[in-house]
Design a protein around this ligand. Structure first.
Ligand code: AMP
Length: 498
């Protein structure tokens, strides 16, 4: 076992860290790619990790996606591999030298794309393999020879078994999002893959947290690593406004609609805890007129990439997703994150909230807390070391109509009067606010043209009892959505009347 006490290289003090990429003296093809990406100064993880990786040391890094972690390992690895660069067409001259393992297909795809961009002016080759799609095109790429292989563990093992790739010349291994790989149960796969690699190599492990399991993994596979922590892993950005609303399961969708409208939110992530819940919620919201797509592990790879693309291109307003599918996705400028379900693991709260308020922008995180969530909220309080106050949510359509009670209301909205402790509910009418000069009414554009989004969702799991929020929608007389939401579009009759 390796001693895992922090071992920061002495010359890496804050004062001496090279902060500008120009100070790194990267070789010309890499420097050109970095300049083309528009990067000028290094992010904290880059400033700390790049010099260490250039020295060939093992690294144990606490950094999340969104911190510039990919360049922090990819640039120095590419720099070190440049000595092997060659323009030969022979596959034997392009053995796998760097292996990057990630837990999900989306992350693998994202990281591979970044590696491709950083290495685009070199003769080093890279490719990505992940499950859920045909192995043949991946096999063809592997057979041509690649120096950098980005992979999810399961699919990589398939390729190893099919003898599509040989890993006996691997010099560098990156275990990215290692905590998530362990959560998913990839430990046995990782152990098998690592057993195929040469003992003499550089290993880099990145994880959001250094749990005892992660420390054990590092202890078994890393040699005298340098520990780098860029930020407290349990910190949420101070630019994110966080609200915890006490809402019954039946009222969550109504609350979601109301907040989207009140805040004039153009786009949001909506997190749920299960794949089935994810699909059902997305389908319900779509029916209620919100352009919605779902991202969860039961979707095919094509569907998942398509879902992401439609969100990125603003074709859809809401991305309803589960943690595994959405972790680490590099989608910029998500104005709001809704935790429709409070996450089972408090660390996931930090990840979810990290989707908004990025790069100093302001963000909104809304949490729907039902009665059974008390323990989960307590876990978040403990992790964030902050007291969480639950807020009540007041539904617009539930406010009493005082016109019926003989009061005069000249069309102004009613607000609950503050500071009235008489026990009676008092409502006052406030003068309407001046319209904002930059106000643009929120419009819901027509349904997406893509027929994929018109298809009803077909669950791949056996149907279960409808979740409470669907049951409520089905109950006659219970109004679950805001009147501001108009229904989607008329559905054409399937059969002409005879
Ligand atoms: P990552 O954490 O590696 O997924 O990176 C998150 C995002 O930050 C990606 O879109 C990168 O292109 C971008 N990025 C990485 N490093 C820098 C940098 N030094 N300056 C500006 N943007 C960066």
């Amino acid at each position: 076992m390796t001693d895992l006490t922090p071992d920061l290289i002495p010359e890496l003090s804050a004062e001496t860290l090279p902060m500008a990429f120009a100070q790194l003296q990267l070789s010309a093809p890499l420097a050109r790619a970095v300049a083309e990406m528009g990067y000028e100064s290094m992010t904290p993880i880059q400033a700390q990790a790049i010099p260490v990786v250039l020295q060939g040391r093992d690294v144990m890094g606490a950094a999340q996606t969104g911190t510039g972690k990919t360049a922090a390992f990819a640039l120095p690895l590419l720099q070190r591999m440049l000595k092997h660069e060659n323009a030969s067409t022979s596959p034997a001259r392009h053995p796998v030298r760097a292996l990057v393992l990630l837990p999900t297909r989306e992350l693998a795809d994202q990281v591979a794309e970044q590696v491709r961009l950083y290495g685009k002016y070199t003769n080093l080759r890279s490719t990505v393999v992940f499950g859920g799609i045909d192995m043949k095109p991946q096999t063809a790429e592997l057979k041509k020879g690649v120096e950098v292989l980005v992979a999810t563990p399961g699919r990589l093992l398939d390729h190893i078994e099919a003898k599509n790739c040989v890993l006996n010349q691997v010099e560098y291994v990156v275990l990215d999002e290692a905590d998530r790989m362990l959560d998913i149960g990839f430990l046995p796969d990782l152990q098998r893959i690592l057993s195929y690699l040469p003992k003499q190599r550089t290993t880099l492990l990145f994880s959001a947290t250094f749990s005892p399991e992660i420390k054990r993994l590092a202890g078994s596979y890393l040699q005298n690593p340098v520990t780098i922590e860029v930020a407290r892993s349990n910190a949420t950005a101070s630019t994110v406004e966080q609200h915890f609303y006490s809402v019954g399961d039946d009222d969550k969708r109504r609350a979601l609609h109301q907040i989207l409208n009140q805040r004039e939110l153009k786009q949001a992530f909506v997190f749920v805890n299960s794949k089935l819940g994810c699909a059902r919620l997305a389908r319900s919201l779509e029916r209620e007129g919100l352009k919605t797509t779902a991202l969860h592990g039961d979707k095919s790879q094509d569907e998942r990439l398509k879902a992401l693309e439609s969100f990125k291109s603003s074709e859809v307003d809401l991305l309803v997703c589960t943690d595994v599918a959405a972790r680490g996705l590099d989608i910029k400028d998500v104005p709001a994150v809704f935790n429709f379900d409070i996450p089972f693991h408090a660390e996931d709260y930090v990840h979810r909230i990290g989707r908004t308020g990025r790069a100093g922008q302001s963000g909104l995180a809304v949490n729907f807390v039902s009665k059974s969530d008390a323990r989960l909220v307590a876990d978040i309080e403990k992790l964030l070391k902050t007291k969480i106050d639950l807020e009540a949510i007041e539904f617009e359509e539930d406010l009493p109509d005082i016109r019926k009670q003989g009061h005069i209301n000249d069309g102004r909205r009613l607000y609950k009067q503050e500071g009235d402790d008489s026990g009676r509910e008092a409502y006052v009418a406030r003068a309407p606010r001046e319209p904002r000069s930059d106000y643009k009414p929120r419009t819901r554009s027509a349904a997406p043209a893509d027929p994929f989004f018109d298809k009803p969702y077909e669950p791949s799991l056996p149907p279960e009892a409808a979740p409470p929020w669907e049951a409520a929608a089905a109950r006659p007389g219970v109004r679950t959505i805001s009147g501001n939401i108009r229904s989607k579009r008329k559905v054409a009759a399937l059969f002409a009347p005879v």
